[in-house]
Design a protein around this ligand. Structure first.
Ligand SMILES: N[C@@H](CCC(=O)N[C@@H](CS)C(=O)NCC(=O)O)C(=O)O
Length: 233
């Protein structure tokens, strides 16, 4: 494991999809960090997160060496790319690939990840507070995004350029959970092959292996699975 210049602590939960995005980046470059697993239902554990980031959202990276608290998954990965640089560059050095990596990161967060979260979040609401309209809109957005991505990923290994970037870190958790709540493996070949490639990537395979004991906590059926999807259309 590469020793970081500072001492890094990551506040996260092993089932939380935005935390996976940052774990992938940390594992890609074998970056040393102290894991702090947060259970929001445990007041003592929640207090640990509140002490560093009172917004109570994770992931949060605390860099004691440099005295920084870094929130928002995209910004954490950007920070790692600057201060804990390893062989994998999440923001490519080429300026045009750099903005493309940032653009596709935004795409995956806004049009896949957050839509998937709306559907999962609705499953956690009480029966008298469901939002079928919002869930329907999220499903429509996901399907539109799948069609768009199918074109983008045809003939491509990773989202931007030839290498694994920030955009792929964002894509992995978003597509993994999206394929559960609004499956695409029966309709979108290039997208399914891309998700399979992501799941075989050692960094993401490790995240999934570590998360597997928590898969039972997922509030919808089917539960998440490490079985790599195949196109069935
Ligand atoms: N935009 C934020 C989203 C973070 C987020 O939604 N995290 C979820 C876990 S995946 C969370 O903190 N959930 C706890 C809560 O909302 O109470 C990021 O990219 O880091």
């Amino acid at each position: 494991m590469r020793a970081g210049a500072g001492s890094l602590r990551l506040y996260y939960h092993p089932l939380a999809s935005f935390c996976w995005k940052v774990l992938i980046a940390l594992y890609e470059n074998d970056t040393a960090f102290e894991p702090v697993v947060i259970d929001l239902f445990d007041p003592n554990s929640a207090a640990r997160l509140r002490a560093v980031w009172s917004m109570m959202k994770f992931p949060v990276l605390r860099d004691d060496g440099r005295g920084h608290t870094v929130a928002e998954s995209t910004i954490v990965i950007d920070y790692l790319d600057t201060h804990e640089r390893g062989p994998v560059r999440f923001i490519p050095a080429d300026v045009d690939l750099a903005w493309q990596a940032r653009m596709w990161d935004r795409f995956f967060d806004a049009y896949i990840h957050e839509q998937m979260q709306r559907i999962v979040g609705d499953a956690l609401r009480p029966a008298d507070a469901k939002d079928p309209t919002g869930v329907g809109q999220a499903r429509d957005q996901l399907r539109q995004s799948y069609d768009f991505l199918e074109t983008r990923m045809a003939g491509r290994k990773w989202v931007v350029g030839d290498g694994f970037t920030l955009a792929d870190c964002a894509a992995a958790p978003a597509l993994f959970y999206a394929n559960i709540v609004e499956p695409f493996a029966g309709s979108h070949r290039a997208l399914t092959d891309y998700l399979a490639r992501l799941m075989r990537r050692p960094s993401f395979a490790r995240v999934l292996e570590e998360a597997e004991p928590s898969f039972v906590m997922f509030p919808l059926e089917p539960k998440p699975s490490r079985v790599v999807p195949e196109f069935t259309g």
